[in-house]
Design a protein around this ligand. Structure first.
Ligand code: A2P
Length: 267
């Protein structure tokens, strides 16, 4: 693949970056890191177009950056789909291979799209954890909010491994570890296996089982801010629940009480 990549110039809206590390978590999930192209800027929580050369038109898809804005590497977390045009090929990459990274990062899962508050809830399903892996490593997240509550719901426990590693890494980090240990909490739930907490995040909020597990009060738009990232159905359901509870949707232009993004790549 590297040879093919080198034979073709990158498209005008992207550039090549060398893969530094790849980790496979299951036959459905993997993560990888690459060098950060010189002058590539992004805010923690944003996404970028990422892909591989493919004939005359490169295959590029939106991927959340899973590393924080201060990092000199870019990390990504992806599903693998056997016949998916991009993910089936991306899943084969190894260190030294080249991937294409778009020149511009964007997105709404950024601190600037939320009003100030006390608790920040980062609610994810599946690979929707990726932008939050970025945000929990950013010191500004802890400067803006007293408590950061990260949740991930997956089908089975093997799918929680990436999030657990990210939380452990934030808690152990030399720069942000101390604040993260004091302010960051992680709650996982499973829907298709036995676990301390079982059920969809929507049901756990509705029943208040999430707050019982946290020993914390339920969601309150006066003090709480929420970011959502997961499947289209999960995002739509949670958005509806938050609107019903009096939360206002935010954007980069007009900060609000919650923001959301679909977890992008599904093929
Ligand atoms: P479930 O097993 O009940 O479908 P996926 O791997 O399909 O992306 O799903 C990741 C997790 O998101 C699963 O645990 C799944 O639960 C859950 N999920 C799927 N749809 C919704 C939804 N509309 N609201 C909340 N959680 C959902």
């Amino acid at each position: 693949m590297s040879l093919l990549a080198l034979a073709l110039p990158p498209p005008p809206n992207a550039r090549f970056a060398a893969v530094t590390d790849v980790r496979h978590y299951s036959d459905r999930l993997f993560a990888f890191s690459c060098e950060r192209p010189a002058s590539f800027r992004f805010r923690s929580g944003e996404f970028v177009m990422l892909g591989l050369p493919s004939g005359e038109r490169p295959l590029l898809r939106a991927y959340s950056v899973a590393s924080p804005a201060w990092s000199d590497e870019l990390a990504f977390y992806s599903i693998k789909v056997k016949d998916g045009p991009l993910t089936s090929r991306l899943a084969q990459i190894s260190a030294g291979d080249l991937v294409l990274i778009g020149r511009k990062a964007t997105g709404t899962l950024v601190l600037d799209a939320l009003r100030p508050g006390r608790r920040l809830f980062l609610l994810s399903t599946g690979t929707g954890i990726a932008p939050f892996a970025s945000l929990i490593h950013d010191p500004e997240t802890y400067e803006r909010y007293e408590q950061v509550i990260l949740t991930q719901t997956c089908r089975t426990s093997v799918e929680l491994a990436f999030a657990r590693e990210q939380v452990a890494a934030a808690h152990a980090h030399p720069l942000i570890g101390e604040v993260a240990r004091g302010q960051l909490r992680f709650v996982s739930s499973l829907t298709q296996e036995r676990h301390a907490l079982t059920g969809r995040i929507t049901d756990l909020i509705e029943s208040e089982a999430l707050f019982a597990a946290l020993k914390a009060r339920p969601l309150d738009p006066r003090h709480d801010r929420v970011m959502i990232c997961g499947s289209s159905a999960m995002v739509a359901d949670l958005r509806g629940m938050l609107l019903t509870r009096g939360f206002e949707e935010g954007s980069n232009q007009q900060p609000g009480d919650f923001v959301f993004e679909r977890a992008f790549v599904d093929r």
